[in-house]
Ligand binder design. Structure first.
Ligand code: SAH
Ligand code: SF4
Length: 358
């Protein structure tokens, strides 16, 4: 459900505009998930709409909750039966954020990423993207979780800028005061570095947060981990980051997965610091060191102590850096783990301590 679908309903069911208002109120404010529960609506119409125009483009296939109930992962089934994953996270009290997918799979093939091993099945439409947010809003209401969804990050399956048109449309929808009405500063897009799209994003969404998956401080290493570095090497990527900061005066989040004995030495920490310090206003860069979530690749997670030393070295060099808290690992719901690990679909990566709630 989005503003376009409301328009469709208006035109095809001859709804007066106050009826459209009631629908928006029901779905986007009260988070009522079914027409049949919209009591302000005539009964006959509720039944017809329920039959003919489903509220969500997705249906729930499976949902998992982490032990501490601070992370949930849902597998949603699309109309063509393909599955997509989305995650709801509660990183600190009162803050709920969801991580949404922009594609089924991804073509960019980063070696550490489970989604990358699937290849790309297809792009999601803008409505399929925003429906993931609406799905979680309905879920929070139904589960009586006493909180509001405040943040949305495009860090699920897929490369958002490889599906630029629909992702940009979905960002507009999430900010639309008539529907989702989320503030731009509560939205974040993570990219592996599709340089031309970063410039367009800067132009069109200067208030939306930008995260760059860097993962290596030199081209030689980066190209091994991320094939996208070939067409868009670090020189071009860093120039796009510099331009974003110049144009927006806003922070950029630099994502860096810690991979044991690959990119985690202090020599590379120095190289990373040098690379980032070259950016003017480098105080606006924040390095998120990410604990590698084991997938069935050859990479291994950096030991905690070593990751801490790496972080300290960056801080000594004057950079802002933290090690990112990783929620949802026990349900394979953390970054890079989203690969539809369903038996019989792709390799099932066994998680021992999830709780299946539905
Ligand atoms: N395609 C986009 C967004 C989706 S991936 C991107 O690459 O930025 C979201 C984040 O998860 C990225 O920073 C990505 O590098 C990271 N990631 C991928 N695989 C991971 C893994 N196995 N462990 C931890 N983070 C991973
Ligand atoms: Fe695609 Fe991002 Fe995974 Fe790379 S890390 S394969 S760009 S989803």
């Amino acid at each position: 459900m989005d503003s376009e679908k409301i328009k469709y309903l208006q035109e095809n069911y001859n709804l007066p505009s106050y009826r459209c208002q009631q629908l928006k109120e029901a779905f986007f404010h009260k988070h009522i998930s079914e027409y049949t529960n919209i009591t302000t609506f005539p009964k006959e119409l509720r039944g017809r709409l329920q039959e003919e125009v489903p509220v969500l483009t997705t249906s729930l296939y499976k949902i998992y909750a982490s032990q501490e109930k601070n992370a949930y992962k849902a597998l949603l089934q699309l109309k063509d039966k393909r599955l997509v994953e989305t995650v709801l996270l509660n990183p600190k009290p009162g803050l709920w954020s969801c991580c949404i997918s922009s594609q089924v799979g991804c073509v960019l093939g980063c070696t550490f990423c489970a989604t990358g091993t699937m290849g790309l099945a297809r792009n999601l439409s803008s409505e399929e993207i925003t429906d993931q947010v609406l799905f979680w809003q309905f879920f929070i209401k139904e589960e009586k979780i006493p909180a509001r969804l405040s943040n949305v990050v495009y860090m699920g399956m897929g490369e958002p800028f490889h599906n630029k048109k629909e992702v940009f449309k979905s960002l507009r929808e999430l900010m639309n005061p008539e529907t989702f009405h989320l503030g731009a500063r509560h939205l974040s897009v993570s990219t592996s570095g599709l340089v031309p799209a970063i410039y367009e994003f800067t132009e069109q969404f200067p208030q939306v947060n930008l995260a760059i998956s860097l993962h290596a401080p030199n081209n030689e290493l980066r190209v091994k981990l991320m094939p996208i570095n070939k067409p868009y090497p670090l020189e071009k990527l860093m120039a796009a980051i510099e331009h974003y900061i110049e144009a927006t005066n806003r922070k950029v989040f630099i994502e860096y997965i810690m991979l044991k004995e690959e990119n985690d030495s202090l020599v590379l920490a120095d190289q990373l610091a040098d690379l980032l310090k070259k950016v003017s206003k480098s105080h606006l860069l924040h390095v998120n060191l990410i604990v590698y979530n084991q997938t069935d690749s050859e990479h291994i997670e950096t030991p905690k102590e070593k990751a801490r030393k790496f972080k300290n070295r960056l801080q000594e060099k004057g950079l802002s850096a933290t090690i990112r808290k990783n929620l949802g690992r026990d349900i394979d719901g953390a970054c890079g783990q989203l690969a539809l690990k369903e038996p019989g679909r792709t390799t099932y990566f066994q998680s021992t301590n999830f709780v299946e709630v539905i």
